[in-house]
Design a protein. Structure first.
Length: 647
């Protein structure tokens, strides 16, 4: 029997103790940073800091912070996000008003508040023109979907009466993403684009043009067929278009207006782009050879030099390339550290170096300056008096059953590493990758390591950072050969005497939730399983999900015909083979892998006589990232594994 309210249990107490030490709630401790933005004068670096201002269960608050590069002092400025400096000393950021609604704040070069603009859209990105005169704003309408990487739910306006239905309509007018601009002297935002152009990302090319990733429909699934378009910065008129072979993202333009650039890749999620840099000028374009690095972020340093960050297997790499000559220079690379965030990103400094936020399993995030292979620490976010992160992480390699080299990250608990229980966490995507992140960025992982578990974070075929050929091996084979990459990885640890084959648990979110659900129908070797935000039935997933393009592209078959992989790779149709005790977790607002998928899986397993339980968090979306759901779900994972894996 699983409790409805797990608060007060041993598992909940252990989770709260760990995260209280990590986040230091109520103390004002800034525990991480993101979205670096250096000032034009080179004296300060602004960023969005995260702090748990109140109780742990209330979740983090985002605030604008300033790092003084001369003395290393960090100053908290205001609640908000997306702080952007202009070349003339002006600045802008998004802040909540007294009622919690968002507004755009413009600051003059003297740091005086110039204007506040109430917003009825969700600002997703902002960027000043190179001359510092115009602010470009990319924003989502009040009813638009957000990506699975961000939570996979639909934005919604607050209503006074909670009984009112949430209404969806295919022809609603508040579902789009648009471009706006603000110029000095304006009291409001001026629209640059209108439907049917849906703008996912945007960047300046000089002062007169804009590069956008856009599609002709607002649906989240339409991102997968989006193109890169060059627009007039005032009228929004399209000047040219580039159609990628697969997906495209991270547009940016040189400050002199000569080049546009973007990252072209085989992708499974909007916002998670890892691939090859394409650079264009006029009607010509070329792909850049960066020596095996899969690029995840690009920024122009000047009119000919492009700063990039990316992955090369277990290494995180930052470098720059001269787009005219093709000459590549590595600035920094590491397998023992990585850059924070969904994927690595670095920001150019005006002295030829780069800024980034780095971390590793045992080392909390720190803002650093990267230069000549070194990472000079500028500000760290180590929690005061916090216990050390339990265990030690290292990279682990093994062979798939076809001989292909597979790798992943292995955490071993402190003490003797033999005959241990194992917790396998399967990443989402599938085209994404586990990295050497602080505390493994797993809700339950470090707590289980402290209890003596080994932790395996596999990057099977289909993962990012190993090249496009490696990533495409999951195409038309989800739940196929990648299944055996997980199993052979477990076998390698059993053969080494590290893991007890009778004490293995598995979990994963999104694609990891699908794979966890699939594994328990294909093998009985797991003692416990916890799929989070899973796919259980590819037929119903197609017609209920915000991304129907995904399954049609990745599966071999059709949602409109019987048979094929829509049947052959759907866990519910094979639930009769399952015997693993399975706890299913999902969010009530999830449109990426809708809540019905979790319910179908629970029903199929229960009908098959499997010990199973279902927990749905009504206010959370994809992956359960809200608070207190994040903490509660971590406690339930720990509790479920402790119940079913003997020690």
């Amino acid at each position: 029997m699983i409790d409805k309210d797990i608060r007060g249990s041993r598992a909940a107490s252990d989770v709260e103790a760990f995260y209280s030490g990590l986040f230091q709630p109520g103390t004002g401790h800034i525990w991480t940073a993101q979205d670096l933005d250096p000032a034009a004068d080179g004296k300060n670096l602004f960023f969005a800091g995260q702090s748990f201002e109140g109780a742990l269960s209330e979740g983090p608050t985002s605030m604008i912070c300033r790092l003084d590069l001369a003395d290393g002092a960090v100053h908290r400025l205001a609640a908000g996000r997306l702080y952007r400096n202009s070349s003339d000393g002006s600045a802008a950021y998004v802040a909540p008003d007294e009622r919690g609604r968002e507004q755009l704040v413009i600051l003059s070069p003297q740091d005086e508040e110039q204007v506040r603009i109430a917003l009825d859209v969700r600002v997703e990105a902002m960027l000043w023109s190179p001359n510092g005169k115009t602010l470009l704003i990319q924003a989502a309408d009040a009813g638009a979907d957000v990506s699975g990487a961000e939570g996979g739910f639909a934005l919604r306006e607050a209503t006074a009466e909670s009984w009112l239905p949430e209404v969806a309509a295919s022809n609603a007018e508040n579902l789009w993403r648009r471009l706006y601009r603000w110029s000095d002297g304006s009291s409001g935002l001026e629209a640059v684009t209108e439907p049917p152009a849906n703008i996912w990302e945007a960047a300046w090319i000089g002062d007169d043009s804009i590069a956008v990733v856009a599609s002709d429909h607002h649906g989240e699934g339409s991102w997968y067929t989006a193109t890169l378009r060059i627009l007039d910065a005032v009228s929004g008129a399209e000047r040219s278009r580039y159609s990628p072979a697969e997906q495209i993202g991270v547009p940016c333009g040189s400050p002199d207006g000569c080049y546009w650039s973007a990252i072209e890749a085989f992708c499974s999620d909007r916002g998670l782009v890892c691939g090859t840099v394409v650079v264009g000028a006029s009607d010509d374009h070329k792909l850049l050879d960066l020596g095996g690095v899969e690029v995840t972020d690009i920024r122009w340093r000047d009119g000919s030099t492009l700063l990039f960050a990316g992955l090369e297997n277990e290494r995180t790499v930052v470098g720059e390339v001269n787009v005219a000559t093709g000459a590549v220079r590595e600035i920094w690379a590491s397998a023992s550290m990585t850059i924070s965030g969904w994927y690595p990103a670095a920001v150019p400094a005006n002295d030829g170096t780069a800024f980034a936020i780095v971390e590793s399993y045992a080392v909390p995030p720190a803002i650093v300056r990267l230069s000549d292979g070194q990472a000079e620490e500028l500000a760290d976010f180590a929690p005061p008096h916090a216990p050390s992160i339990p265990g030690t992480m290292r990279y682990h390699r093994w062979r798939g059953r076809d001989g292909l080299e597979i790798g992943g990250w292995l955490v071993l608990p402190d003490g003797e590493a033999s005959n241990l229980p194992l917790f396998v966490d399967i990443h989402g995507g599938p085209v994404w990758a586990h990295r050497n992140r602080y505390a493994s960025v797993l809700r339950a992982g470090p707590v289980l390591v402290a209890k003596g578990y080994a932790l395996l974070l596999p990057n099977p075929r289909g993962s990012g950072g190993r090249g496009q050929v490696f990533a495409r091996q999951v195409l038309h084979d989800m739940g196929g050969e990648d299944v055996h990459d997980y199993l052979t990885g477990i076998d390698s640890l059993v053969a080494a005497g590290i893991v007890d084959p009778a004490r293995i648990g598995v979990s994963g979110t999104s694609y990891g939730g699908f794979m966890t659900s699939w594994l328990v129908t294909q093998t009985s070797r797991f003692a416990a399983a916890v799929p989070i935000s899973p796919v259980a039935n590819w037929y119903s997933q197609h017609f209920a999900s915000q991304i129907p393009w995904f399954d049609e592209a990745f599966l071999d078959g059709s949602p409109r015909r019987p048979g094929g992989q829509y049947f052959d790779r759907s866990p519910i149709f094979f639930a009769h083979n399952a015997s693993t005790p399975t706890l299913v977790l999902a969010g009530g607002r999830d449109k990426n892998t809708p809540t019905g998928q979790a319910s179908e899986l629970f029903g199929a397993l229960a009908e098959a006589g499997v010990e199973t339980a279902l927990a749905i968090y009504p206010e959370d979306g994809h992956s359960l990232r809200g608070y207190p759901a994040y903490l509660d779900s971590a406690a339930r994972i720990v509790d479920w594994l402790q119940r079913h894996i003997a020690h």
